[in-house]
Design a protein around this ligand. Structure first.
Ligand code: COA
Length: 320
């Protein structure tokens, strides 16, 4: 449990709910543009929550209409234009520290919940979060070209890592905004849902993560991100070292119990279920669910067609 005074409350808001820390950018009147003050507060908040037991999954989102309309053009850019370069570097460092240095390898699972506008500077924290869900209606973009700069603050890096070269070049060069649905199609977020379902779906995903062993979950997210930049030999060695570390750190009982449940008790199928000290739970099957939905749709369409046929025939006969 973190001990010092909670550092949020002005430009950042935190709400706790059963292991989830909902962390909000809280300048809705400025569409959550990230000011120097907000970056400092967010940095302290993220640091604080790393050791706060009320936070097992951190969800990053925005109050009001925006996730975040990028960096504050007045406070972050114009107001620092004539400052000494040491001040400028300090401001940048404070931003980077929370936006991706800290957040990318954060010791807890993180989800970005994109509730609305997300531009420019919003891309680094969006991509630094482990998972992301967007409202279909969200408007997202690398808008920097529209006001004459190159998308910095690792915004372009965030997009090219997630969405590939063609998509990034297209959106960075045209400055066109795209929807949450398009973001899902390009891999910038995991999925898009209607805004009305966004919080419920995010909560559901956070709950799934909280059924896992915290130590192992941390190991999974960190290793996946690190090995993306390694060759196969280094990756294999590193992964075995991290497996040992996770067992040493607190994953041992989970592994032992799950092995017993599968190999001895025959009560658990790891491919389809999750094992935790609370018991065995069945995993949601994305593929099966989608197939079922499309089969249902197909059946409905076929039924409609069959129902229409006699009516059409009758109408034809009547015309004759
Ligand atoms: N920096 C500073 N202020 C910002 C801001 C930003 N990035 N984004 C919005 N604001 C401020 C506006 O100046 C305005 O302030 P005011 O009420 O004191 O005049 C307020 O937020 C509301 O913005 P407004 O443009 O009136 O809202 P809107 O709902 O019509 O449009 C956006 C919302 C996000 C489309 C629009 O504000 C915008 O394009 N923002 C800049 C986005 C961007 O390019 N970000 C990249 C920065 S790296």
């Amino acid at each position: 449990m973190a001990a010092s005074k909670e550092p949020w409350g002005k430009t950042v808001l935190v709400e706790f709910e059963d292991g989830i820390a909902w962390v909000y950018f809280n300048r809705p009147e400025k569409r959550n543009a990230m000011s120097i003050e907000l970056n400092r507060e967010m940095r302290a908040t993220i640091e604080y929550l790393a050791t706060d037991d009320r936070c097992r999954v951190l969800v990053l989102s925005g109050k009001g209409e925006a996730f975040a309309a990028g960096m504050d053009l007045q406070d972050y850019f114009r107001a620092t234009d004539n400052e000494p370069d040491t001040t400028l570097l300090q401001v940048r460092r404070e931003t980077e520290e929370w936006q991706w240095r800290w957040l990318r390898m954060y010791p807890k699972a993180t989800i970005a919940m994109i509730n609305g506008y997300a531009f420019g500077g919003a891309f680094a924290p969006l991509a630094a979060c482990d998972l992301a869900i967007a409202a279909e209606e969200a408007k997202i973009g690398l808008s920097e070209i529209n006001w004459g700069i190159i998308p910095g603050g690792n915004a372009s890096k965030a997009m090219v890592d997630m969405c590939g070269m063609r998509n990034t070049l297209y959106y960075a060069m045209t400055g066109e905004p795209f929807s949450g649905a398009k973001a899902a199609e390009m891999g910038l977020v995991n999925e898009a849902v209607p805004l009305s379902r966004l919080k419920a779906r995010t909560r559901e995903l956070a709950k799934t993560l909280m059924e896992k062993n915290d130590t192992t979950l941390r190991g999974v997210k960190v290793t996946v991100k690190r090995i993306a930049e390694m060759d196969w030999d280094t990756s294999a060695d590193y992964l075995y070292a991290k497996i040992s570390e996770a067992i040493h750190f607190g994953g041992a009982n989970n592994r032992k119990g799950a092995m017993k449940a599968f190999l001895d008790d025959k009560k658990f199928r790891p491919g389809l279920q999750n094992y935790s000290d609370k018991g065995v739970s069945t995993l949601k099957e994305q593929g099966a669910k989608a197939a079922k939905k499309s089969a249902k749709k197909g059946a409905k369409k076929a039924a409609k067609k069959t129902a229409k046929k006699p009516a059409k025939k009758a109408a034809k006969a009547a015309r004759k």
